[in-house]
Design a protein around this ligand. Structure first.
Ligand code: NAD
Length: 287
């Protein structure tokens, strides 16, 4: 009989509007499948229990209570950076952390939205041309994706957003962080012409969700030379991906980023390799 008790993990997600997040059950199922009882708590600062707590207080409490790690989401991904003992270079350049590993009372920050998107792109579309890409949407997720695209070797990234100022700001931040002039940012005018001349296009807007039907650009500009990536994963097969596939494009759906951000976070939290296929199956079983 093995007398050594299994190591257990205590994890949490700090942010707002967490009820629909699939991240907690993804980590709990993967920990348990590896023989480690895992509890992952939603810590929503809009709930009655936590509404007057600051991020700094939540972080200290997690350290005191022996948490092994935390995911950090809206509105705290930027604020948390300055509170950590160490932040990895990618998250430092982006100025945003979504994963905090806690080891021996010290906090280590990472951004697995960036590494997760990059991992999905490299796995699903390993050989596509990345000379020029158009990214539509410069919000929270768009920030991480733009950095991932730059890290993946995109030479020319056009960021478009209905809020042209937001697109320009993201492009400027990316160029400053990477010391390049890889990105430009502007409004949506002429986006279809830009896509027609590019290798790939990424939708980083909510367009395509059941609550936001439609596409963020007119897909008649797509031809078989394009690869098309959608961040929306509910539904998995969005109108954009259906129309792209009908036009002969290779596609990357939003589940890969969602699953790999959790795979990478699990590995940071536990120091154990995660089974990405098993986590993907769990992710689909939750839909
Ligand atoms: P956000 O609201 O922060 O940003 C969306 C951006 O899109 C905004 O800047 C908005 O101005 C812009 N926009 C909206 N319509 C546009 C249009 N027609 N043309 C150009 N720009 C337009 O949202 P977010 O947090 O970045 O999330 C975006 C979507 O990503 C979510 O709706 C969700 O479906 C998806 N998401 C995916 C993952 C994943 O892991 N795959 C994770 C989180 C969210």
């Amino acid at each position: 009989m093995n007398a050594t008790p299994a190591r257990s993990f205590l994890l949490g997600l700090i942010g707002t509007d967490l009820s629909l997040s699939r991240t907690p059950p993804l980590h709990e199922a993967e920990g348990l499948a590896q023989g480690h009882p895992t509890v992952y708590r939603r810590l929503d600062v809009l709930t009655e229990r936590l509404k007057d707590r600051t991020l700094s207080e939540m972080l200290s409490s997690a350290l005191d209570m022996g948490f092994d790690g935390l995911n950090i989401t809206h509105p705290f991904k930027r604020e948390v950076v300055a509170m950590l003992d160490e932040v990895d270079p990618v998250a430092t350049r982006l100025g945003s952390v979504n994963t905090v590993a806690i080891r021996d009372g010290r906090t280590f920050g990472y951004n697995t939205d960036v590494t997760g998107y990059a991992r999905g792109l490299a796995e699903q579309l390993p050989d596509v041309s990345k000379r020029s890409v158009v990214q539509v949407g410069a919000g929270g997720v768009g920030n991480a994706i733009a950095f991932a695209l730059a890290e993946a070797g995109v030479e020319e990234l056009q960021i478009r957003d209905v809020d042209a100022g937001r697109a320009a700001e993201l492009a400027e931040n990316l160029n400053t962080a990477t010391g390049t002039s890889v990105a430009t940012g502007s409004g949506p005018d002429g986006v279809e012409d830009a896509i027609a001349a590019a290798d790939g296009v990424v939708n980083a807007t909510p367009l395509g969700m059941l609550s936001h039907p439609g596409t963020s650009f007119d897909t008649s500009c797509l031809t078989p030379v394009h690869w098309v990536s959608d961040v929306v994963y509910m539904p998995v097969s969005t109108q954009l991906l259906q129309e792209a596939e009908a036009a002969g494009c290779r596609t990357l759906n939003g589940t890969h980023m969602a699953v790999y951000q959790a795979v990478d976070a699990f590995e940071h939290f536990t120091g154990l390799p995660a089974d990405a296929d098993r986590m993907r199956e769990t992710f689909y079983s939750l839909g």
